[in-house]
Design a binder for this molecule. Structure first.
Ligand SMILES: Cc1cc2nc3c(=O)[nH]c(=O)nc-3n(C[C@H](O)[C@H](O)[C@H](O)COP(=O)(O)OP(=O)(O)OC[C@H]3O[C@@H](n4cnc5c(N)ncnc54)[C@H](O)[C@@H]3O)c2cc1C
Ligand SMILES: Cc1cc2nc3c(=O)[nH]c(=O)nc-3n(C[C@H](O)[C@H](O)[C@H](O)COP(=O)(O)O)c2cc1C
Length: 769
């Protein structure tokens, strides 16, 4: 087979090597614009797993690479001169130039044609290289081939906001991969530094666009930039300078990271993208070269299989795009962490900052950290326990206590509000007593009731619970008394009004093709909303609320609060999420009003804030109140986005809420969320750490590790689990047994102590095996 590789970076070279290894008769030619010794950048890092893959593919080049590796295990995180050190991270690095030299030598030895100082053009593909069976576009980040056909390759490129410059230094940072965060007069700037040969380290400096502008980097020569960075990081450089080798970059030496995604990597069954040409992964997890090398192995394997070339190319993409997507997701999380680094630097102490940074990709979790460095993790758990509860021992973060006003929770787990659709006339009955009783006995510190409505017309379905009469107060009192009398949990009433999503069937009666399927017309009741817009084409049309409607509904909320107090609830939550009445005001998807309650976010918040303030005024000062919001509509710029989330949260805090329950969506059936694990948690993180607002995180949080990581990384104060509690009301007590935790954060009912004793013993045995 005749193969041409356009671009001789790691991906192109390693593909050439991998082809020749599989069949020496292949003719492989690589065209590279640079000379063999030219290269941008400094060092690259690999993990042990990548080395394993390289060894299996070509032990010769892998061994020559391994022989040159610098190993390190520690990560140092400096903030303004103070350091936190942890171990067990296992990295390997070498110089990019040296790595390319090793690949050149191996490629030559195997008979790959290397053509340096050869600039190709895209036209060459069908002229000069017309006789090639396969053309591999290995031309990197700014791939000419990919850029010539953005539609065919379904390319999307997002240029990220932060600025970074890739520098080198003879200060070797030989002990550890080193992160250094420094606060200048203009704001935070930081370095990622790691050694890659006997006397040189990579020193990547990164900052936000605001600080970049304020420090004047845009107008500096490459040398001036390096010198300015040297002065900022002088205390860590031991007299060494910072060196630049970025002459190939015009203008400022600083660049912004382009996140490249391609839906298709193949053109005309003959041209194929690999490496950075097909996808990029931010340097924050150092995996760009790894991806290029693994692409090369996979492509060579498939092209040398018994598949015809078009199928082989498709099989290559199918295999690689899953791995690539996984890594790109992790790299994205890590990149976003650095984009928001000033938020964490301002909000966290050094230990928590280090934890947050180490878990930034969400690939490394609490338990991964325990495997890497058990002592450091223990010191972190101890630190949190000391800080949060004055306890002088390590405690799993989920079992730390939490207080809001006078309410004290014995752990950080909350049962998320979940409708049961099983009430008659809004009255909770034996089902609810047993259901909430079981949840309270199951160990969660806080149990939310389902959305409980302020009037019969405020219900979602005929089966929804309510709190509009003395009978409702009595029925709820029975449940609250049970929870208080027989468990350690506190109980919160979620108070709501369904608005445009009212008068629907119970979900198990929905037509499978519909969501929020309405009741038969004759059973529907009149609906209210911000605007007269049906929730979906098949939903009843609500009435746009008049001021008189607003007054009446506000009064109903206030009465509900008085009944919640009479029933003995510990906390109330105002439901302002998911497209229900108050949410219909906040989201521009449902609010099309042209009065002072529509238009700007401030206007759209006006009525929900008024209700919140009135509820707070009616609720005892010693008891806390939460507000549940949809912090994102997932409909693009047409709806609420991350940019609005903090303003919404702050408005409710200013109106008297103590904590924001950060949910998203359900405001439109056209929404396109990406509901991966913990998918809403970044919005809780934003609100909590950017706005200094207490939050509950919710949504696809189901593992012990998720909860511990969220709490320890300060991404929320409390964690709500919904579906996991339906499957197992004892989720928290089981989590305690699984972690071997015994203490005030997890108390089983004493009637059950024999069961839990056995569970602890069995878990302990399983752990020690
Ligand atoms: C700051 C920073 C730090 C990084 N750190 C790491 C790290 O620690 N670990 C890691 O694994 N990765 C890291 N990377 C990523 C890594 O550099 C790339 O992912 C990797 O080099 C991709 O290999 P590639 O062969 O696909 O592309 P490249 O290495 O970019 O190679 C493409 C080649 O094509 C050539 N070329 C392009 N156009 C033409 C043309 N028209 N004619 C001829 N030749 C052409 C170029 O000269 C180049 O040699 C980092 C990247 C950056 C920006
Ligand atoms: C059966 C069921 C009923 C729900 N009812 C409510 C509700 O009454 N109020 C509310 O705010 N959210 C409600 N939700 C949403 C949950 O509180 C939670 O936000 C969502 O299920 C995501 O959490 P999870 O991934 O842990 O299930 C409900 C969810 C389920 C599964």
């Amino acid at each position: 087979m005749k193969v041409v590789c356009l671009g001789g970076g790691p991906a192109g070279l390693y593909f050439g090597i991998s082809m020749k290894l599989r069949n020496p008769d292949h003719q492989v030619d690589i065209y590279e614009r640079n000379r063999p010794d030219d290269t941008f950048g400094w060092g690259v890092v690999f993990s042990d797993q990548t080395v394993g893959n390289l060894m299996a593919n070509d032990p010769v080049s892998a061994q020559s690479t391994v022989d040159e590796f610098i190993h390190w295990d520690l990560i140092d995180c400096y903030v303004q001169g103070e350091v936190e050190r942890s171990g067990g991270h296992g990295f390997i690095g070498l110089g990019r130039k040296r790595f390319l030299q090793l690949l050149h030598a191996r490629a030559k030895e195997l008979g790959v044609g290397l053509h340096f100082e050869h600039e190709f053009s895209v036209d060459d593909i069908d002229t000069k290289f017309a006789d090639a069976d396969l053309v591999v576009a290995s031309d990197g980040l700014n791939s000419k081939v990919r850029n010539a056909y953005p539609d065919i390759f379904e390319t999307s490129i997002t240029v990220r906001p932060n600025k970074f410059v890739w520098l080198g230094t003879h200060q070797t940072f030989s002990d550890a991969f080193t992160f250094i965060f420094e606060k200048t007069d203009h704001g935070w700037i930081w370095a990622h530094a790691y050694q890659f040969d006997g006397n040189t380290s990579t020193f990547i400096v990164e900052t936000t666009p605001e600080v970049y502008d304020a420090l004047g980097f845009e107008h500096m020569s490459h040398e001036e930039s390096a010198e300015t960075c040297r002065k900022i990081f002088e205390a860590y450089l031991d007299g060494h300078s910072l060196m630049t080798n970025s002459a190939h970059i015009r203008g400022s030496a600083w660049i912004s990271f382009p996140a490249v995604y391609c839906g298709n990597w193949i053109k005309d069954d003959r041209v194929v993208l690999i490496g950075d040409a097909a996808h990029t992964a931010h340097f924050a997890i150092g995996s760009g070269t790894k991806l290029g090398l693994e692409d090369a192995i996979s492509l060579a394997q498939h092209v040398n299989s018994n598949l015809a070339l078009p199928e082989a190319l498709r099989a290559y993409q199918a295999e690689r795009e899953i791995d690539v997507m996984r890594l790109q997701n992790s790299a994205h999380n890590a990149m976003v962490w650095f984009e928001n680094a000033p938020r964490y630097l301002e909000a966290f102490d050094l230990k928590q900052l280090n934890y947050s940074m180490l878990t930034r990709s969400q690939r490394v979790s609490h338990e991964n950290l325990r495997l890497r460095d058990p002592q450091w993790l223990e010191s972190m758990e101890r630190h949190l326990a000391q800080r949060e509860a004055g306890i002088d021992k390590a405690v799993p973060p989920m079992f730390l206590p939490f207080s809001l006003r006078d309410m004290k929770l014995n752990n950080r787990v909350a049962v998320s509000p979940m409708c049961m659709y099983s009430a008659n006339d809004g009255l909770p009955d034996d089902w609810h007593l047993v259901h909430y009783g079981a949840l309270a006995k199951g160990g969660a510190g806080l149990v939310y009731t389902e959305m409980t409505n302020v009037s019969p017309e405020a219900r979602i379905t005929p089966g929804c619970t309510g709190i509009w009469s003395d009978s409702h107060t009595r029925a709820w009192t029975r449940i609250v008394d049970f929870v208080h009398g027989h468990s350690h949990a506190r109980i919160a009433l979620q108070i709501g009004h369904a608005g445009p999503k009212g008068a629907t069937l119970e979900p198990w009666k929905w037509d499978p093709s519909r969501l929020d399927d309405p009741l038969p017309q004759e059973e529907q009741w009149p609906l209210l909303s911000a605007s007269a817009i049906p929730f979906d084409s098949y939903s009843p049309v609500p009435r746009a609320m008049t001021r008189a409607d607003m007054d009446a509904v506000l009064e109903q909320h206030v009465e509900a609060v008085a009944r919640a107090e009479a029933a003995g609830f510990d906390m109330i939550e105002m439901h302002a999420a998911h497209g229900y009445l108050l949410s219909s005001f906040i989201t521009p998807v449902l609010n099309k009003r042209d009065d002072e309650y529509g238009g700007s976010l401030e206007n759209r918040l006006r009525y929900p804030v008024e209700v919140c303030r009135a509820m707070r005024a009616a609720w005892p000062a010693e008891k806390p109140m939460s507000v549940r919001i949809s912090a994102h509509d997932w409909v693009g710029e047409m709806g609420i986005t991350e940019a609005d989330a903090l303003a919404i949260a702050k408005a409710f805090i200013a109106a008297g809420a103590d904590i924001i329950n950060v949910s998203t969506g359900q405001t439109s059936h056209d929404a396109k969320p990406q509901p991966g694990r913990m998918f809403q948690t970044p919005l809780s993180d934003l609100i909590r750490n950017e706005g200094a607002v207490a939050t509950l995180a919710v949504g696809n949080i189901y593992e012990i590790d998720h909860v511990n990581s969220i709490i320890a990384a300060g991404r929320a104060d409390l964690v709500c689990l919904a579906r996991p509690h339906l499957a197992n009301p004892n989720w928290t007590l089981h989590a305690a047994a699984e972690q071997g935790y015994q203490g005030p954060g997890a108390r089983e009912p004493h009637q059950y102590f024999l069961g839990y004793r056995q569970l602890y013993t069995n878990n302990q045995r399983a752990r020690s095996n």
